[in-house]
Design a protein around this ligand. Sequence first.
Ligand SMILES: C[C@H](O)[C@H](O)[C@H]1CNC2=NC(N)=NC(=O)C2=N1
Length: 97
Amino acid sequence: MAELLSDDQLNDVLPKLPDWAAQDAALVRTVELESFAQAIMVVNRIAEIAENDNHHPDIDIRYKTLTFRLSTHYKGGITALDVSLAEEIDGVLDALA
Ligand SMILES: C[C@H](O)[C@H](O)[C@H]1CNC2=NC(N)=NC(=O)C2=N1
């Protein structure tokens, strides 16, 4: 079972996730894609990852801007599961042409 990260643990992790911020007990990243179609393609790729991980992001879709909020719902905050998912989301975004 994943445990909530302490403030110290979170402060250690955040520098490794430069595109993410800790806001309201979640890891948050906003990214603007090239088009709505590309945004939806990204959402679908991340949906596959989330299903495989059984750990799911909150995703806000506004035209071609996506905002991801990662928290572990049954813990009510940020755990290592959220850090791992953030790294996987970064991988999808970094791989875009
Ligand atoms: C039953 C199922 O394993 C749980 O509901 C999973 C699904 N995906 C999840 N995703 C996230 N972000 N937090 C959870 O606590 C969580 N729990």
